[in-house]
Design a protein around this ligand. Structure first.
Ligand code: Q9C
Ligand code: ZN
Length: 341
């Protein structure tokens, strides 16, 4: 399958996050992509393809214009105040406060985020735009008749809401792709989110819609980030009732427990008659992931690929999380290889 990749992700580097109350180098780092490319090359999984520029219009179909405008200007506003180090939000509203965009960049950073997981540096916006173009080029390939494609997006996207960054995510690449498939004529799209963390942004974007089914398998929000969304009773609203499925699983879950959720999600995808499947592919379910608490092992990722292939639908893989850098390439390549067997 074709692998869509751009070196522009390298601009999003040198950033930090908060861990145990301390500022530490970000876990979501460029080496992740290098290791995935290495494994894909070693196993000859497919040719690398450059993304084509798609502009902002397809992004603005799932994100608010003022949010995208903020992302585009954030670094300039931050550095205008004389700061030459990474920008990190640290102020948020509580329920009952006003939802008004501040003029001050420190206020804007909090207004458009839900955590301190989205650090902005000089090259962040360019990397984010490249990521959306990568996902949209994947849509072009699959809508154009390819059985599958792998959008090697970085930074990831599934935590980003319509107007909110968080959890290392700025633009929701999988949501942009789902909307693009709809606009190219797919009647129903299924998003299967296998990242360790709940796909809160993707859920929120499509929560009241029946044309995009969102199934997400993740750590129980009672125990794990993003904490405030991802419970089993979130099943969609209005028209979208029945088109959101959450599979929260407890810390320590291994492949036997995890794969039961995958089987159920796949049955739902089959039942809804989706024309195309987008896999939000995170491999932070891995046993040695430094920030996660599931126990999947490398051979399990072959089985995940095989199970998804059994759906027998056009499939776009979109890269999300996975922070065990030494194993991320093996695990991602295993999913793709299992899918192609
Ligand atoms: N500072 C994705 O996997 N917080 N995002 C972790 C450590 C956020 C993960 C706590 C984890 C976000 C795409
Ligand atoms: Zn994750």
């Amino acid at each position: 399958m074709k692998i869509i990749h751009s070196p522009r992700h390298l601009g999003h580097s040198g950033h930090v996050e908060l861990m145990n109350g301390r500022v530490v180098p970000a876990f979501e780092k460029p080496e992740r992509v290098a290791m995935i490319l290495k494994a894909i090359g070693e196993r000859n999984l497919g040719p690398l393809v450059d993304p084509a520029a798609h502009g902002l219009d397809p992004i603005l179909k799932v994100h608010d214009a003022d949010y995208i405008h903020f992302l585009a200007q954030a670094w300039e506003l931050w550095t205008q105040d004389g700061r030459d180090f990474p920008a990190l939000p640290s102020f948020w509203r509580a329920p009952g406060m006003r939802y008004v965009e501040p003029e001050n960049i420190d206020g804007k950073l909090g207004h458009f985020s839900f955590d301190a997981g989205c650090c902005i540096v000089a090259g962040t916006w360019d990397a984010v735009q490249a990521g959306a173009d990568i996902a949209l080029t994947g849509v072009d390939l699959v809508a154009g008749g390819e059985a599958s494609a792998f959008a090697l997006c970085r930074p990831p996207g599934h935590h980003a809401h319509q107007a909110t960054m968080g959890g290392y995510c700025f633009v929701n690449n999988a949501a942009v792709a789902a909307q693009a498939f709809r606009d190219r004529g797919a009647a129903r799209v299924a998003v299967l989110d296998v990242d360790y963390h709940h796909g809160n942004g993707t859920q929120a974007i499509f929560y009241d819609r029946s044309d995009v089914l969102v199934c997400t398998i993740h750590a129980d929000p009672l125990q794990e980030f993003p904490y405030f969304l991802g419970f089993a009773d979130e099943t969609g609203a209005g028209e979208g009732e029945g088109f959101n499925a959450n599979y929260p699983l407890r810390w320590g879950t291994d492949y036997s427990g995890w794969s039961a959720a995958l089987d159920d999600a796949c049955a739902r995808i089959e039942a809804c008659g989706a024309d195309v499947v987008i896999v939000s592919l995170g491999v932070d379910t891995y046993k040695d992931d430094p920030i996660s608490q599931f126990r999947l092992d490398s051979p399990d990722y072959l089985k995940i690929g095989l199970r998804i292939a059994k759906l027998a639908k056009p499939t776009l893989f979109v890269m999300e999380g996975g922070y065990a850098v030494e194993a991320i390439g093996i695990n991602v390549a295993n999913v793709l290889e299992g899918f192609e067997q």
